[in-house]
Ligand binder design. Structure first.
Ligand code: TYM
Length: 327
């Protein structure tokens, strides 16, 4: 069975982009692959963060993964810092990664712009740690949103460099994109993201979700209700594609392009479908919050299982590097 690895940062608030771009896809893949899913706390510390909130954010993220349907019976779910081999392998990969390759990463450039006061080595090394996450488990596939594709390309490059210089022990993993790999925020301009504040959180209350949807930007050229719209350039239609069935998509396409329906009608339909899918997730998350022993237990068992794999890989890596082993 091929192995899958993917990760998510513990931002504490997981949004619709994370959900349809990645997490929902992870739940489908659990049946076909040997899955490893990680809350990547060491990635999250590369930007300023409230130290006192990190534990809660990490647990909240794990709760969301479980509430969305990741199952500890079928997947290993754990916290990155519980398996220190991730950072150990990242150090080794640093020695085969050309600086030029990490400098040209779009995400690094964006984050360096956003966090001018703290452009630290970790921010630059971020994709190397990501390569270590994936290759520590020799994963063949990495289900992610479109924004991570460049990092997976770098991961392949790191594997190639290591394999050529030392010995061919790592696979070159491929990204797996969901059917909605890039969701824009409610501003209709930039990728939905927590840091830009243009997101809809998957655990947000219904009235908050509706208010955000109601005021979300659609086709900017559709100024009046009687103007026909173009679903292809409308972010609400993109989100519909992730939540609505074909019959509804056809109905909306026809209604929008003929001005038969207005943006608010279209948004109401979307809201109903989002609600239908996310209400059970929210209820499950509330249940899990009351059962923290279970959540902690899942993470502990996940880390135990991952440490075993990580340990074996690191032994192989150290031998490949020709390091002098302890007795
Ligand atoms: P992160 O935490 O930013 O996002 C988690 C997943 O959600 C996807 N995503 C989106 N998909 C569609 N539309 C959006 N607006 C959107 N926003 C986020 C991301 O592509 C991602 O799949 N570097 C990674 C975490 C990571 C990782 C890894 C992933 C660390 N190590 C190893 C894969 C393998 C990140 O910051 O994801």
């Amino acid at each position: 069975m091929k192995r899958i690895f993917s990760g998510i940062q513990p931002t504490g608030e997981i949004h619709l982009g994370n959900y349809v771009g990645a997490i929902r896809n992870w739940t489908y893949l659990q049946d076909e692959y040997d899955c490893v899913f990680c809350v990547v706390d060491y990635h999250a510390i590369t930007i300023e963060y409230p130290v006192e909130e990190m534990k809660k954010r990490t647990l909240d993220t794990a709760i969301i993964l479980l509430a969305c349907g990741l199952s500890p019976e079928r997947s290993k779910i754990f916290v990155q810092s519980h398996v220190p081999e991730h950072t150990e392998l990242a150090w080794i990969f640093n020695t085969v990664t050309p600086i030029g390759e990490v400098e040209r990463m779009t995400q690094f450039k964006d984050k360096a712009r956003q966090h001018r006061a703290n452009i630290n080595m970790g921010l630059m090394d971020y994709p190397v740690l990501q390569a270590a996450d994936i290759l520590l488990y020799k994963a063949g596939y990495v289900p992610v949103g479109e924004d991570q594709v460049q990092h997976i390309e770098l991961c392949r490059e790191v594997a190639r460099k290591f394999n050529t210089r030392f010995a061919p022990i790592f696979p070159e993993p491929e990204e797996l994109l969901s059917m909605a790999p890039r969701i824009l925020g409610v501003d209709g301009q930039s990728k939905m993201s927590k840091s830009l504040g243009n997101y809809i959180g998957i655990l947000e209350e219904e009235d908050v979700v509706w208010e955000k949807l109601r005021t979300a930007v659609t086709d900017v050229n559709r100024v009046r209700r009687k103007d026909p719209g173009n679903p292809e350039v409308c972010n609400i239609y993109t989100i519909h594609r992730a939540f609505s069935d074909n019959a509804m998509l056809i109905e909306i396409d026809k209604g929008c392009t003929s001005a038969g329906i207005g943006c608010i009608d279209c948004k109401k339909m979307l809201f109903e479908n989002v609600k239908r899918e996310l209400t059970p997730v929210r209820e499950k998350a509330r249940e899990l919050e009351k059962n923290m022993d279970y959540v902690v237990d899942v993470l502990e068992k996940g880390a135990d299982a991952c440490r075993e794999i990580a340990d074996a890989t690191m032994e192989e890596v150290r031998a490949t590097l020709g390091l002098y082993p302890p007795r």
